[in-house]
Design a protein around this ligand. Structure first.
Ligand code: HEM
Length: 599
């Protein structure tokens, strides 16, 4: 009898579960809803969405299911709309930007959206007050970075890089990233020597925020395991605290130097001397974060197209020769500068085609919807992640005939759908779909364009980029065109290639221009310091120009109450850099500790 009851009960449970499953299945696969691959209740398509080269699967689904330029899928309850057509991206992310410009939470970062006031990662923030004031500040600073005063930094670092390539060509991947990093470290803190740590820190953050990073970004429930059983949270705690402490440390070092008049123009000095007097930025912690984040974001982004430039030039010697011819004619033997850019359309076309052929943010960056919406008769619920699939946009055969081939002529010759005149202005990478959409569009387009023109132009001036030959077998090492990491922002996997100086004279000239630039830079720095000392000796009180810290806030974990950077204890009686701390009650992922008087 008891067995019969148990069997009956079991049967009822199984039938109820099956009915529920079928109901959910029908609901989420409603034939009147957005098209897309069949969804499994609660799992979505987690089982067959590969972590590696995810954009290829998204494109494959797009080719099969998308109607009207979009389709939907889901993963463990997170709803996605994937856009495969630029017109739809324009409709949803530009015209409806007012409510489609939020960001999804990145599970493996603490408070990535800054909903709890951590104020750390501008590109990942929700559409909130911190984002809007930091975006304003970043926009103003980067615009400044495109002024002539900052171009010198790019020329200087490009000269250093090509000289390093002469001396140590095999280490080109490291020196390439170091070049991009040195540019950002100079613009940010006037200190190229910070580049190694900054690069490491940039990749650490990029990995942490990518689906192909910690498993907790995909199997999100794992993130909520208790602290003691949770290696992912503990590792992130360490990475985060180190990064924040480092940013703050640079910020404070700059304050000391500025006070003595020993810091040359850079973003931190600009903030401390001028912006801090009139800004809504809450204090040192937020300022050090927005400035530090800016330095980081300019490294892995620029490194991608620069690495793919090497790949495209090795595989297309005819275009490499065309770029060299153009530079030789226009620059008459000297290194190209940004003033030459209007007369270097072939260089610009090859840069743009490299970014189209091998986009370095192939999935695009997700926006999140803030309201329920209906688009072309399809319901898109609040909280949906909208992914503008750049890989699909850039492979649209109507706009880009022969989309899988590297064809720079599509930007140079009338008759191609993408041709635009005048060639003194076009092609330009500014406004490319790769830089995103609407209110969240990338702020670094000018800087990227300038840096790529200078760096790629310098490479073409100095070297023939070639396959490297194995000295034993005589065979060429392969330079793969389709092997990369699968982080949110990608770069090619390590490969071997040769940097052959274009002639013996050019090799010597490459070394000479760097030695000269280095000598000049040293002399300028020394003169600047000498002048600062003179000013101080005359009694000019520079430190009055640099306001002291007014407030600082630090996010600390509830699980691991380690002191925040510069603090002597957590939680209540803490003193950070000599200023009393106010501890705000626990929030989802941690405690927000604010220091100082501005609340
Ligand atoms: C090849 C180079 C680059 C590419 C492909 C790129 C791409 C992107 C993309 C796709 C977004 C998100 C757009 C969206 O959500 O719709 C973005 C945002 C952003 N980018 Fe870039 N970027 C590049 C270089 C840079 C550089 C050099 C900087 C600064 C030094 C920069 C600063 C930013 C910032 C601050 C944001 C956040 C904007 C916001 O969320 O409001 N980017 N970028």
């Amino acid at each position: 009898m008891q067995l019969l009851t148990a069997l009956l009960l079991g049967g009822v449970v199984v039938v109820a579960a099956a009915i529920h499953f079928i109901k959910v299945f029908r609901k989420i696969n409603d034939p009147n809803g957005l098209p897309g691959p069949t969804q499994i209740p609660y799992l979505g398509r987690i089982h067959d969405l590969p972590i590696d080269y995810m954009w290829l699967k998204f494109k494959e689904w797009g080719d099969k299911y998308a109607t009207g330029g979009l389709y939907r899928t889901s993963m463990l309850g997170a709803e996605f709309v994937i856009i495969t057509n630029e017109r739809v991206a324009e409709d949803l992310l530009v015209k409806r930007a007012k409510f489609n410009s939020d960001r999804p939470q990145i599970r493996s970062l603490f408070d990535s959206k800054s909903e709890h006031g951590s104020m750390e990662y501008l590109p990942l923030m929700g559409r909130n007050q911190y984002w809007s004031r930091q975006r304003r500040l970043t926009h103003a600073y980067i615009t400044e970075a495109t002024n002539a005063r900052y171009h010198g930094v790019m020329y200087f670092e490009a000269k250093r890089w090509i000289a390093r390539l002469v001396a140590d060509p095999d280490n080109f991947q490291a020196s390439l990233e170091d070049m991009a990093s040195k540019v950002m470290c100079q613009l940010t803190w006037d200190d190229p020597n910070l580049s190694t740590y900054c690069t490491k820190s940039a990749w650490g953050l990029l990995r942490q925020m990518s689906p192909a990073g910690p498993i907790t970004n995909v199997l999100t429930p794992l993130w909520h395991l208790p602290w003691i059983l949770n290696p992912w949270k503990r590792a992130e705690r360490k990475r985060h605290d180190e990064q924040q402490a480092w940013w703050m440390n640079q910020f404070q070092r700059c304050r000391e130097k500025t006070a003595k008049g020993e810091l040359r123009p850079c973003w931190t000095r600009q903030f401390q001397e001028k912006t801090s007097l009139k800004t809504t930025i809450s204090g040192d912690y937020e300022a050090s974060s927005v400035i530090g984040m800016l330095a980081l974001v300019g490294i892995f982004t620029v490194a991608g197209p620069l690495s793919y430039w090497l790949v495209s030039m090795v595989h297309h010697p005819e275009w490499q020769a065309a770029v060299q011819r153009e530079i030789d004619e226009v620059c008459e033997g000297r290194l190209p500068t940004l003033e030459d850019a209007p007369r270097l359309p072939v260089l610009r076309a090859c840069i743009k085609e490299t970014m189209r052929w091998r986009p370095n943010v192939p999935t695009g960056v997700a926006h999140e919807t803030e309201v329920d919406d209906v688009y072309n008769g399809h319901f898109i619920p609040k909280g949906t992640r909208i992914l503008p699939l750049d890989w699909a946009f850039l492979r649209n055969p109507e706009k880009y005939p022969d989309p899988n081939s590297f064809r720079p002529e599509r930007w140079l010759e009338p008759g191609w759908p993408t041709f635009q005149a005048p060639l003194t202005q076009f092609p330009t990478i500014k406004g490319m779909s790769s830089f995103g959409w609407g209110q969240r569009q990338c702020l670094g387009m000018n800087l990227t364009q300038d840096e790529l023109i200078v760096a790629c132009g310098s490479l073409a001036w100095a070297f023939n980029l070639k396959h490297k030959v194995n000295p034993v077998t005589g065979e060429r090492y392969p330079v793969p065109t389709d092997k990369s990491n699968s982080l949110l922002i990608i770069k090619p996997d390590p490969f071997k290639m040769a940097f052959e100086p274009r002639s013996k004279e050019r090799r010597e000239e490459t070394l000479r221009v760097w030695q000269e630039a280095e000598r000049e830079d040293r002399a300028k720095r020394m003169a600047f310091l000498a002048n600062a000392r003179e000013e101080r000796a005359k009694g000019v009180v520079l430190s009055e120009k640099v306001p002291v810290a007014v407030s600082t806030s630090v996010l600390v974990s509830t699980e691991e109450r380690t002191p925040a950077p510069g603090c002597t204890g957590i939680p209540t009686s803490t003193v950070c850099t000599g200023i009393p701390v106010q501890v705000i009650p626990p929030i989802e992922e941690g405690l927000l500790v604010r220091v100082g008087s501005v609340f």
